[in-house]
Design a binder for this molecule. Sequence first.
Ligand code: MYA
Length: 195
Amino acid sequence: MGNVRRVPTSTIEPPADAEAPRRHPKAPGPGERTREHHSQCRGCADVPGSLRIRSWVEDDGVSVRSRFDVLDEHQGGPGLLHGGLLMTAFDDALGTAHTQVVRAAVTARMETDFRRPVPVGTTLWLRSRVDAVVGRKVYTSGVAYLGELDGEVAGTARALFVKVGAEHFLKHSRPEDLEALGASREVIEAARAAP
Ligand SMILES: CCCCCCCCCCCCCC(=O)SCCNC(=O)CCNC(=O)[C@H](O)C(C)(C)COP(=O)(O)OP(=O)(O)OC[C@H]1O[C@@H](n2cnc3c(N)ncnc32)[C@H](O)[C@@H]1OP(=O)(O)O
């Protein structure tokens, strides 16, 4: 692999002295269903090709529990959940937990441990939380359980999200998708012209 450039990676361990996260005042409260990331999100929106993950806020107002029904279309090995789709489920669930605390952030790094195979027909339950917020960095972690909350552990994950503003999407999303969200062409062009 002589000509493959190694990209350095850094830790996603939250600092020990970081403050406990607090619920964003506009986030849903305990027991409420969380909002989808976006109407076309392949994790949580009700659209073809989505995992249709549904999440609810826990009593602490910060953590979430999520449900993912594993179907035929989610197979990797015969009759078993594809590993990349378990990562997608974690990305969505951890990305929902972060919206309880900050407005918008994107996944910068994620680590997943695959502990047990997940048969098609299983309901996976995930618990996800924000462990710490330090500046723009949002440290999250989660556990996926087979069949019931706190049952047998199928996998665990940790992810670092980095807070972004609207300009992240104004610069990088397709203009037609931004216009569908109500952004004018002038606003999109101004964001793209900015350094
Ligand atoms: C119009 C509005 C629409 C709104 C729609 C809302 C929808 C919401 C959608 C939700 C979707 C759900 C989820 C999805 O699907 S998100 C989709 C998948 N994720 C992405 O596409 C993100 C792509 N990456 C980026 O855009 C940039 O790299 C980001 C923004 C992440 C950082 O680039 P930026 O130039 O901004 O910042 P920075 O480089 O100064 O880094 C800042 C700090 O972070 C640290 N760091 C960075 N990377 C890593 C790493 N890999 N490991 C460890 N640490 C890392 C870095 O060292 C630094 O720390 P420090 O040195 O300060 O201590």
